[in-house]
Design a protein around this ligand. Structure first.
Ligand code: GLN
Ligand code: ZN
Length: 784
């Protein structure tokens, strides 16, 4: 026995997005079940072979999913909510594929396919049929899982044994795998309950299903299973820790022959370590990229026969490793622990990185030489393994290449811009505060802007119609000229401005027709960013994204939005908001360089946006909105880390937003508005106006602002833009009336929940006409 290389999971989507196209064809009725399942099987076979050819010793199975692995688990244990029409008694053990997809996407109906909002990520109520399960972020990744739902009288039943099927499928291809399953405690903890009880109360009912699953795997010849329990890196209660004891004692006692590799990732086990080390498991995977320091404590406290899986290749980011440095770290550990007790692995599943760097033929050669995607990461793992087993001399060439790449990146002028660094050194409190306090600014802004009570506005984007998307793609392919594209965008913008004037909105927007995406549009104009052609990662289901890669110091060579704002403002006397994406959101939706702190990158982007704000102001903008949709979702997994994050996140926002004069009005927008725990940070951002999503919670989310006595202005969303439904006047008045019970009239704005890019004009038009009418009625009511 000697050191082994192990992989925890491979991306499912296919190098050429095969899974997406197969799923969408199936959903559209253009292909059948067999065709879809064949594509899926072929992807699995290809990926197993690729891992084997890469020299990986321990290859996972059941990491594949048609849609989502949490949904797979829910279906496997029979946690199918009644609405989807499946019960064990009625339907037998088989949960049909279409039931599975109904849970993922809602039952068939026109509203479902594109209902998931591009930016906010979470999904939404529907008008027809059965809605999909809720969706939310998988820990702190940008992958979204389907949230299992549990009732108080929840029962579980073992349906199909997908892990076993996958294991056997790989066996027939001559590949002996280590099946991956989502652990019972994390699974329950990720779910939501109907009524006041903890999902962990259901553990005893769930465990028999897991026992049977493991017993069947063991009987079929599996010797190890990887059980993912990423919840072990969260703050846990004593009851939750106890649940781990009960779960793993039961599994080990009842299936003693199957070895368990307990996988933790996305952070440090921290104060859960004594719990973890007392569990009767055979191996422990720890994330040493996110939490390198935990190695020391784990080594000191580990039981002698525990196999350690060291997660040393970054599964969350796209950078190539410095392998010589890594070997320097690993060699003493192996000397201490003994080679037969060590596995080396990526920090987590490779689900979160793109598949193959080789497809990127247009990337800058230097930048490309600093990157590693899933395929390249497996090669790194193999080289590291070989160096550890047979000596560095057996892989001299590969190690030299790795060192050369690391050295190149450390010194490249593409990465390091002395001017940006010098500017960062000028950070001072004066750069991050407005000149006057809010009340003083408010008076000046009122004078200058002369807005009515309950001013009406929208969040920025108007429908990205198929014509807009077609024009953009034609322009991208060089099929239409710069001038024609420009003229097209101008005419869209003009139509939007005229229409907003006509219906009587008070504060207008230009519509964002020129933007592909709220981060990419800016990244493409900033230095230090690069973009890929094929580097897709799964966001949810069949929706994949290509996050920008921030590789170097960030600056803004030229204005990015002034031209469009200026054009829009030239068409009207009403104020048009300048529209920007904030530094924290740009950071959180990108792959970020790992050679400096995230806060440093965020400040750099902050300076760049500050320059844009300043140019907009110089051009005459009286209002500038800086969206921070992702500020809240960037919160660290551990509560103890929140303070530091919020400190630099708020600081970055203030850096970009405070360079203006007091009579310039700064707006911000945030989608998800559960702000109770961070309301003081929201207040510390000191935006003059914040618009938030509140309509679906019936203004309950405003409570935080009320309790806190938030002094600045607020636009609580009155129109759920995630749904095609058109809200009527009275409904919006009712919502605003609820808002008025919590917030003073002089502080309130009237606006939708979010941008309107995913809606159709024939939905947006009547909704906004009603919204303007609602504001009029509110003004009358306020006078009375
Ligand atoms: N201004 C953006 C828009 O309207 C904001 C979107 C968002 O924050 N998700 O589309
Ligand atoms: Zn939003």
């Amino acid at each position: 026995m000697t050191i082994k290389t192990a992989n925890l999971g491979f991306p499912r989507i296919g190098k050429h997005r095969e899974l997406k196209f197969a799923l969408e064809a199936y959903w559209a009725g253009k292909s059948d079940r067999t065709t879809l399942l064949d594509v899926a099987a072929k992807l699995r076979a290809d990926h197993w072979k690729l891992q084997k050819d890469s020299g990986i010793d321990i290859i996972p199975s059941n990491d594949f999913s048609l849609y989502d692995h949490v949904l797979d688990t829910a279906v496997m244990v029979g946690a199918v909510p009644a609405a989807y029409g499946w019960t064990y008694e009625k339907s037998g053990a088989q949960v049909e594929l279409d039931t599975y997809f109904a849970m993922a996407r809602g039952a068939t109906g026109r509203a479902y396919t594109h209902e998931n909002h591009a930016d906010c990520g979470h999904n939404h109520e529907h008008e027809y049929g059965v809605p999909a399960l809720e969706m939310t972020k998988w820990f702190d990744t940008n992958y979204h899982y389907m949230v299992p739902e549990f009732t108080r009288d929840q029962t579980f039943a073992f349906t199909a044994n997908k892990p076993l099927d996958m294991f056997m499928e790989a066996e027939t291809q001559g590949i002996h795998t280590r099946p991956v399953i989502l652990g019972p405690v994390t699974f329950l903890k990720l779910g939501k309950t109907e009524g006041e009880f903890s999902p962990l109360d259901l553990l005893e009912r769930l465990l028999p299903v897991y026992v049977r699953l493991l017993a069947e795997l063991s009987a079929a010849g599996a010797d190890w299973v990887q059980i993912d329990e990423p919840a072990l890196v969260l703050d846990l209660t004593e009851a939750e820790r106890q649940a781990y004891h009960r779960a793993y004692t039961a599994l080990k006692t009842l299936v003693p022959n199957l070895n368990i590799m307990l996988a933790t990732y996305f952070g440090s086990i921290g104060d859960n370590l004594s719990t973890v080390l007392s569990l009767p498991v055979d191996g422990l995977h720890i994330d040493l990229v996110r939490a390198p320091k935990q190695l020391e404590t784990v080594l000191q406290n580990r039981p002698d026969n525990l196999v350690l899986s060291l997660g040393v290749i970054d599964g969350r980011n796209v950078w190539r490793s410095d392998l010589e440095k890594l070997l320097d770290r690993l060699e003493p550990v192996i000397a201490q622990v003994g080679p037969d007790k060590i596995q080396i692995a990526p920090s987590c599943s490779l689900l979160h990185v793109p598949i193959d760097l080789e497809l990127e033929t247009e990337l800058d050669q230097d930048i490309k030489s600093w990157l590693a995607f899933a395929t390249q990461k497996l090669a790194e793992l193999d080289i590291t393994g070989r160096a550890l087993v047979s000596g560095r001399a057996t892989v001299t060439h590969a190690l030299a290449a790795s060192s050369a790449s690391a050295a190149g990146r450390r010194t490249s002028p593409k990465v390091h811009d002395p001017e940006v660094k010098a500017r960062l050194a000028t950070m001072s409190p004066a750069l991050t505060s407005r000149k006057g306090g809010f009340q003083q600014r408010k008076a000046l802004q009122e004078q200058k802007l002369d807005l009515p009570l309950f001013p009406t506005t929208t969040i920025g984007s108007f429908p990205q119609t198929s014509e807009v998307r077609k024009a953009r793609s034609a322009f991208g392919k060089g099929e239409i000229s710069d001038a024609d594209y420009d003229a097209f965008l101008k005419s869209e913008t003009e139509t939007a401005i005229r229409w907003q004037e006509e219906i009587g909105l008070d504060v207008l927007v230009h519509g964002e027709f020129e933007r592909n995406d709220m981060v990419q549009y800016f990244g493409e104009q900033l230095t230090g960013f690069t973009f890929t052609r094929h580097a897709w990662v799964q966001s949810y289901g069949s929706r994949y994204v290509r996050p920008p890669i921030i590789f170097g110091d960030v600056s803004r060579p030229a204005p990015m939005t002034v031209k469009w704002w200026h054009y829009a403002q030239s068409l009207t006397d009403r104020p048009v908001k300048g529209m920007l994406t904030g530094p924290v959101t740009i950071l959180n939706w990108s792959f970020v360089r790992d050679d400096v702190a995230r806060s440093t990158v965020c400040y750099q982007i902050g300076f760049a946006i500050r320059d844009e704000v300043s140019d907009l102001e110089k051009a005459g903008a009286t209002m500038i909105q800086i969206d921070e949709a992702a500020l809240r979702e960037g919160l660290p997994l551990r509560h103890a880390d929140w303070k530091t994050y919020l400190q630099w996140a708020v600081e970055s926002f203030r850096l970009c937003s405070t360079g203006v004069s007091d009579d310039t009005q700064i707006h911000t927008h945030m989608c998800y508005s559960e702000f109770n725990q961070i309301i003081d940070s929201i207040a510390a951002m000191d935006a003059d106006v914040i618009s938030i999503e509140t309509s679906r919670s019936k203004m309950e989310l405003l409570e935080a602002f009320q309790t806190y006595q938030y002094p600045n202005e607020i636009g609580p969303g009155v129109y759920d833009i995630h749904s095609p439904r058109i809200p009527d006047v009275s409904e919006m008045v009712t919502l605003m009336t609820l808002a008025r019970q919590r917030i003073g009239d002089g502080q309130l704005w009237v606006n939708p929940d979010c941008g309107l890019k995913t809606r159709k004009w024939d939905e947006v038009k009547p909704a906004l006409v009603n919204m303007v009418e609602a504001a009029r009625e509110l003004r009358l009511a306020a006078l009375a």
